[in-house]
Design a protein around this ligand. Structure first.
Ligand code: UD1
Length: 333
């Protein structure tokens, strides 16, 4: 029996593929390389010394998807095939609703047709909008997303709730990621945003390398310890391991719908990140204070207790690991 990973060549998908292979699972990746490269598949094999099956396929291609289910014995699906650029989603909302929401529905329809009902969904802390309590527990109210990307995550969570209500033989795990950063310790795979990065860590790395002049710190008048935004940064390998535990949970439970925050439980400000990066790498990160960025919230970090209790998972990598691995990756590539 194999686990199918749509979008498995992407940033979080590829790191998860490695952890699943290391845990002895068989995997099948489908990817259309819209935001990744064919060489990632070879690198996954190189890092793990294990084989995997790969199809170059858009997960919205229903016939192609059915062929994958015909040709393989699939036990579970982890869906990584989503667009994730917040700014682009504001410019091109239909592209996001089509790929993320219609894609997820196509995938779920195909799973139902082949009676595969174990599903892990990559959601995001963005579904909490401006969170009503900090640290954020899974019971915290969702909604009030500030961009179409976030809204696609919220909609898909709702679709999964409705699906489970209609047929409670589904076995679903929703993982709400906080801010994934870092790269595999081998330096072979990591995050490569196209063009000028929007997210903090990829931007810091490019400034440290001298490719960008300085970091703009978006606002220093928030109600936080130093006035800059506070987030829960989590090493992508810790996050990837959370998916292995989620699969083990589904194997144990047989049916249900479960939701977990995947974060460290620690909040760091933008200036904390700059300092931590400089200390870990010995590189300077020049910055200037800039106006607040539209749609940003002051503080967002997880209460990760539920994942610890029910998934037996917790993040173990340090902020130093996150900085060093992000830096090593960019230097090797
Ligand atoms: C954003 C998205 C989140 C998505 C995540 C992907 C929202 C509101 N947030 O999170 O849904 O899952 O990206 O990783 O939709 N910052 C600067 N200068 C920069 C870049 C960022 O000061 O050049 C600050 C931001 O203001 C924020 C913090 O750094 O306080 C983190 O920003 P970022 O890495 O973009 O992540 P989020 O906005 O938290």
């Amino acid at each position: 029996m194999a686990i199918l990973l749509p979008g498995g060549a992407g940033y979080i998908g590829s790191h998860t593929a490695i952890e699943l292979l290391n845990a002895g699972k068989k995997i099948i990746i489908i990817d259309n390389f819209s935001n990744s490269k064919p060489e990632i598949i070879e690198k996954i094999k190189q890092i793990t010394g294990k084989n995997l099956k790969f199809y170059e396929l858009d997960y919205l291609n229903k016939d192609g998807l059915e062929k994958v289910f015909e040709e393989n014995k699939i036990d579970a699906v982890i869906n990584f095939a989503g667009y994730k650029a917040v700014g682009e989603s504001v410019q091109e909302p239909l592209k996001y609703y089509h790929n993320n929401v219609a894609g997820a529905v196509t995938l779920l329809e195909t799973m139902a047709k082949y009676n595969v009902k174990n599903f892990v969904f990559s959601s995001s802390a963005t579904v909490y909008g401006n969170p009503e309590i900090i640290p954020i527990t899974e019971e915290c109210k969702t909604g009030g997303t500030t961009n179409p990307y976030g809204t696609t995550k919220l909609f898909i969570e709702q679709i999964l709730q409705d699906l489970y209500k209609s047929d409670n033989s589904w076995n679903i795990c929703i993982l709400r990621y906080f801010n994934p950063v870092g790269a595999h310790e081998s330096g072979l795979i990591g995050e490569e945003p196209n063009g000028v990065p929007n997210n903090l860590m990829p931007y810091i790395v490019r400034v440290a390398k001298g490719e960008l002049k300085e970091l703009s710190v978006f606002g220093n008048d928030y109600n936080t310890q130093d006035g800059t935004g506070v987030r829960d940064y989590i090493h992508v390998v810790d996050l990837a391991k959370g998916h292995v535990n989620a699969i083990q949970k589904l194997e144990k439970e047989k049916s249900g719908i479960y939701i977990y925050n995947l974060g460290t439980g620690k909040g760091y400000s933008v200036l904390d990140m700059v300092k931590a990066f400089e200390k870990a790498t010995g590189r300077k990160v020049p910055y200037k204070i800039a106006p607040r960025r539209a749609g940003d919230i002051p503080t967002c970090y997880a209460d990760p207790k539920k994942a610890k209790q029910e998934l037996n998972w917790q993040a173990t990598k340090t902020l130093e690991d996150m900085c060093m691995d992000s830096w090593n990756y960019i230097n090797q590539n």
